[in-house]
Design a protein around this ligand. Structure first.
Ligand code: TXA
Ligand code: MG
Length: 350
């Protein structure tokens, strides 16, 4: 169904209007500190179903429920002592916890699972919206399914114009990659999706944390996805993205060679390299990943960069990689999935 989409600067009156839409079972896109979310009243199964329709999202991929206050969780799930400890350390902020769900949470939210993912965002607009609507809000990232998550209201507009009634514009999202999804129903807790709260940060509170195997590689044949979202192709630009690993000394000449070969075949190409190494690819079309020593800068711009590749319409994209530590783990998970884990190791080939 085509509908008029309002794109409004987030202020007290637009937030009140958005809260009222949510209470009426409508969808609203809103900024969080990670990425823009596409929200619906989590207790209204019909409203939740319309999220899946607007995004083109497979029905078996469950949603995160967002709350304004920790007390709001009480009716929704069983909050364990360990979860309380993590909330005290990292909420509000980019950490999503999987907890045993209670019956009031509709099946449509959790895709039939007996756990529910919950999070309290720190973005002031998200907080004001959640406080104003007084219902828990189920919200996936506000992109069309498979596309990079939106970190600007414009990205949401590009994907959702005509499909939802309202987008609240709160500027660009500071973290830039989605929240860390941590399963605390198992022991030790397991990171299903790395994000803004890093493994190293979690280890300041937890004695042990594991990382799901499929974070840095494709699911193996017959392997069960711990997080259903890991099953699906995601973040991929239209052009074919290949990651090039190895030292700058090896990776950059190889990327230049691959670029020149693509051009010789008549294919348009773009390189994604660290700010510090842009001069090594001079004369070729290239975009900066951000500074190597500032992974938070890379995370903040990554999804916009992937969307820019579509705007440029390039057929081949080659990108440098980062160490999968700290925020680098989240960056490599997103880059890896955008590239369908297609990596060339420059140390092997030169
Ligand atoms: O930062 C974020 O988390 C953003 C903002 C809007 O809050 N939301 C977001 O939602 O990224 P979404 O739907 O794009 O990603 C949610 C991920 C999916 O990979 C999904 O499979 C997983 O969380 N997930 C949700 N509920 C789950 C559950 N009960 N068990 C396992 N995985 C779950
Ligand atoms: Mg998403």
């Amino acid at each position: 169904m085509i509908q008029m989409t309002q794109l409004l600067k987030a202020d007290s009156s637009s937030i009140a209007a958005a809260a009222s839409l949510l209470r009426q079972g409508q969808l609203v896109a809103f900024p969080t500190e990670t990425v823009y979310g596409l929200g619906a009243n989590a207790l209204d199964a019909q409203a939740v179903l319309s999220i899946f329709a607007a995004k083109g999202r497979p029905a078996d991929n469950p949603l995160i429920v967002h709350v304004a206050e920790i007390e709001d969780l009480e009716p929704l799930c069983q909050v364990t002592d360990l979860a309380k400890q993590l909330m005290a350390a990292f909420w509000p902020g980019p950490l999503t916890l999987l907890l045993k769900k209670k019956s009031v949470v509709p099946m449509e939210v959790t895709a039939g699972l007996d756990t529910v993912a919950v999070r309290m965002p720190s973005h002031p607009v998200a907080h004001q919206l959640l406080a104003a609507c007084r219902v828990p809000v189920a919200a996936p990232s506000a992109n069309r399914s498979g596309k990079p998550s939106p970190t600007l209201a414009q990205h949401v507009w590009d994907d959702m114009n005509g499909r939802i009634p309202m987008i609240l514009d709160g500027g660009s999202c500071q973290v830039g990659v989605e929240s860390t999804v941590l399963d605390v129903t198992c022991n030790p807790p397991c990171i299903l999706r790395p994000g803004g709260v890093t493994k190293e940060m979690l280890e300041t509170v937890l004695p042990e944390v594991t990382v799901a195997g499929s974070v840095l590689r494709p699911l193996e044949k017959g392997e069960k996805a711990l997080s259903p979202g890991m099953r699906y192709q995601h973040y991929a630009p239209q052009g074919e993205l290949t990651l090039v690993s190895g030292s700058d000394e090896k990776a950059l000449p190889l990327m230049n060679q691959l670029y020149d070969e693509a051009l010789a075949r008549g294919e348009s190409c773009c390189l994604m390299v660290f700010e510090e190494t842009l001069s090594a690819v001079a004369g070729r079309r290239a975009q900066s990943l951000g500074q190597h020593r500032h992974p938070e800068q890379m995370a903040e711009r990554l999804f916009d960069l992937l969307r820019q590749m579509d705007k440029l319409g390039v057929a081949r994209i080659y990108s440098q990689v980062v160490d999968p530590h700290g925020l680098g783990l989240a960056i490599m998970n997103r880059l890896g999935r955008a590239a369908a884990f297609h990596v060339i190791d420059a140390e092997d080939t030169l």
